[in-house]
Design a protein around this ligand. Structure first.
Ligand code: G4P
Length: 528
C-alpha cells in the first residue's frame, strides 16, 4: 500500500469507554472532546444519562434520534492522531448493544468511581473485553471526593476483574486533602486545582522525590507521597507495554473528570500506547489492516430516523483497505454487490459525507433494511468477520397480538427489529407463539412502541416462565434428535432458525447440561 495510506492507518485509535452508570463516562467523554477541540464547552454531549430516564423519556429521546446517532461515534483529533470514540449506551438495559460496540474497538478505557470500586456493569463489560483480549486503560475518577484507598481500589480491580494493575500515576490524598497526582512514568507532579477547565496544565518536574521542593508544594503530604512511592516500587507491577496490548495488564491513572484533572495525562498516554487498528479474524483467515482490499463489518444499526421510510443507518467498522465514496463492494450474507455511495462519517457534533476513510474509522451507511448486524463488506476475496455476538437473553415475554389479521406484519416487524439487534425472538417448536427475549426489560416496551409506530401492529406482552436461553449444538445427530424429542416442550428456533433451549429455571438448565454432556449449551452466538 502507498505511504499515505500507511500514515493514515497509523494515526487511527478506535476505542470505547466501559463503566458502570454514574462513574463519570459522560463527563470524561466531554473533557476528551474538549482536548480534541471537537467541542468548545462542557455540557455539549447530549442524549446522555439514559440510566435516569423512565421508558417514556427514553422513547422521547429516541424520537430525537439525530442526536443519539451523532453521539454514537465521536471522531476527534489529538496530537497527530485521529481518534474514534464509540459511545456505549448508558442504560444498562441496552448493554447488548454496548457489547457489540466493543467488537468494533481496538482498545477500551475503563472508568471507575473511586468511592465505589468495581461495579457490576463494569464486570460484565470486562467479560466481553476479555473474550477478545482488548487492551484496557483505567481511569480512577472522583479523587476530589473521599473514597477507597488507592491500594484498595487496585486490589478490587485485580480481584474482581482478574487483570493486573500497573499504576502510572499516584494520587496525593483524596477528598478535601486531594493535592494532585504524581506521574510515576514521567516523574512529574501535577497539582490539583478544582474546576480546571483549561487545556494546559504543565506538570512540575521532580525526578528525585527527596527534593525539598516537595515539602514546599505539598507540606506534610510530601512524606506520605514518598512512602507510597517507596511501597509501590516494591509491591506494584511495573508497566509492560506488551502485557497491556495482550489485555493482561491495565495501566492506571487517577484523577477527577469533572475538574478536568488527570485527563490530559491519560490522553497523552493513550495516543502513545493504545493500539492502532488491529488484525481481525474471519471464518477463513485473519485480515490485517494494511491489506489493500477494503473490508469491514456492521456492528450496530440505528433505525428509522424517518419512520415513514424505514431508513436505517448501519455503522460499519473498516478493517482493511481504503474506503472511497461510491466504491462497489460485496455484502457477504446476501452475496450481492452493493455501491457504498451514501456513507457518512461522524464528527462529535456533526455528520458529514465522507470521500475516504481508513481502517479504524466508522462509516454510516444508509439503507432500507438490507444490512444486518454482523454483515461483512469486502472488495474481492469473500470474507466473513467473526466474533460479533448475540447474547442469550435474561428476560422473556410472550407477545399478544391484538388484531390477528396483522400476523404477517408482526413477523416482519419482529424480524427487522431482531436483525437490528433491538430485541430477540423465539418460536417454540410446539405452538405458534412469539417469545421475546431481551438482555434488559426496557427493550420490551420499546419493541411494542416501535411495532405500533413503524409496522402498524398493535400488540402487548405477558409474562412467561422462562429463566434462561441457550443456543444448542451437537455434532452427533442422533444425540441431538434424542434431545429434541425429550425437550420438545422447551425448545424453540430463534429468528434465524437456530435451535434454542428455553429453560424454565436455572436449576433445570443446570440439570439438562449435566444430563446431556454431548450437547453444547451456548450463552453467546456469533452473528457473523
Ligand atoms: P456516566 O456518564 O458514567 O453515567 O456519569 P456522568 O459523567 O454523568 O457523571 C455522574 C455524576 O458524577 C455527575 O453528577 C457528574 O457531575 C459526577 N462526576 C463526574 N466526574 C466527577 C468527578 O471527578 N468528581 C465528582 N465529585 N463528581 C464527578 P450528577 O450530580 O449526577 O450530575 P450533574 O448534575 O453534576 O450533571
Amino acid at each position: 500500500m502507498d505511504r499515505h495510506f500507511l500514515t493514515e492507518l497509523k494515526k487511527r485509535r478506535t476505542f470505547g469507554i466501559i463503566s458502570h452508570p454514574d462513574a463519570g463516562k459522560t463527563t470524561l467523554t466531554e473533557k476528551l472532546l474538549m482536548f480534541g477541540g471537537a467541542i468548545q464547552m462542557a455540557g455539549a454531549v447530549k442524549a446522555k444519562r439514559a440510566g435516569r430516564y423512565a421508558t417514556s423519556d427514553w422513547m422521547a429521546i429516541e424520537k430525537e434520534r439525530g442526536i443519539s446517532v451523532t453521539t454514537s461515534v465521536m471522531k476527534f483529533n489529538y496530537s497527530d492522531c485521529e481518534i474514534n470514540l464509540l459511545d456505549t449506551p448508558g442504560h444498562q438495559d441496552f448493554s447488548e448493544d454496548t457489547y457489540r460496540v466493543l467488537t468494533a474497538v481496538d482498545s477500551a478505557l475503563m472508568v471507575i468511581d473511586s468511592a465505589k470500586g468495581v461495579e457490576p456493569q463494569t464486570e460484565k463489560l470486562m467479560e466481553v473485553c476479555r473474550m477478545r483480549n482488548t487492551p484496557i486503560m483505567t481511569f480512577i475518577n472522583k479523587l476530589d471526593r473521599d473514597g477507597m484507598t488507592p491500594l484498595d481500589i487496585l486490589g478490587d480491580i485485580e480481584d474482581k476483574l482478574q487483570i493486573e494493575c500497573a499504576p502510572l500515576s499516584w494520587p496525593i490524598g483524596m477528598g478535601k486533602r486531594f493535592r494532585g497526582v504524581y506521574n510515576l512514568h514521567q516523574r512529574q507532579l501535577h497539582l490539583f486545582q478544582p474546576g480546571g477547565q483549561t487545556r494546559h496544565q504543565e506538570g512540575i518536574v521532580i525526578t528525585d522525590l527527596a527534593d525539598p521542593r516537595l515539602e514546599e508544594l505539598l507540606g506534610s503530604q510530601a512524606e506520605e507521597l514518598r512512602e507510597d512511592v517507596e511501597l509501590l516500587e516494591g509491591a506494584a507491577n511495573p508497566f509492560e507495554l506488551d502485557q497491556y496490548l495482550k489485555g493482561s495488564q491495565t495501566p492506571v491513572f487517577f484523577g477527577s473528570a469533572i475538574n478536568n484533572f488527570g485527563v490530559r495525562e491519560m490522553l497523552d498516554a493513550f495516543v502513545e500506547m493504545a493500539p492502532g487498528p488491529m488484525a481481525r479474524p474471519t471464518t477463513t483467515r485473519v485480515v490485517a489492516p494494511e491489506e489493500a482490499q477494503f473490508s469491514g463489518f456492521a456492528f450496530k444499526i440505528q433505525a428509522n430516523m424517518d419512520p415513514a421510510h424505514r431508513d436505517r443507518i448501519a455503522f460499519v467498522r473498516i478493517c482493511s483497505g481504503k474506503f472511497t465514496r461510491g466504491m462497489k463492494v460485496y455484502q457477504t450474507r446476501i452475496g450481492k454487490q452493493v455501491t457504498l455511495a451514501n456513507a457518512t462519517i461522524f464528527m462529535a457534533q456533526d455528520r458529514s459525507h465522507v470521500d475516504e476513510a481508513y481502517p479504524g474509522d466508522i462509516i454510516g451507511i444508509h439503507n432500507h433494511g438490507t444490512i444486518s448486524i454482523g454483515d461483512t463488506f469486502y472488495e474481492k476475496e469473500p470474507l466473513s468477520f467473526t466474533g460479533i455476538p448475540n447474547f442469550a437473553p435474561d428476560h422473556f415475554r410472550r407477545v399478544r397480538l391484538k388484531n390477528p389479521l396483522k400476523a404477517k406484519q408482526l413477523l416482519k416487524g419482529l424480524t427487522q427489529l431482531a436483525e437490528e439487534g433491538a430485541v430477540q425472538f423465539f418460536r417454540p417448536l410446539s405452538g405458534n407463539d412469539y417469545i421475546l427475549g431481551a438482555v434488559g426489560i426496557l427493550q420490551f416496551d420499546v419493541t411494542m412502541a416501535r411495532l405500533k409506530a413503524e409496522y402498524g401492529v398493535d400488540a402487548d406482552y405477558e409474562p412467561v416462565s422462562f429463566a434462561a436461553a441457550r443456543w444448542v449444538t451437537c455434532e452427533d445427530k442422533k444425540q441431538l434428535a434424542l434431545f429434541e424429542k425429550e425437550k420438545q416442550a422447551s425448545l424453540a428456533n430463534d429468528s434465524q432458525g437456530n435451535l434454542t433451549y428455553l429453560a424454565p429455571s436455572l436449576w433445570r438448565l443446570e440439570n439438562a447440561m449435566e444430563e446431556w454432556p454431548m450437547i453444547g449449551f451456548h450463552k453467546t452466538r456469533d452473528l457473523a
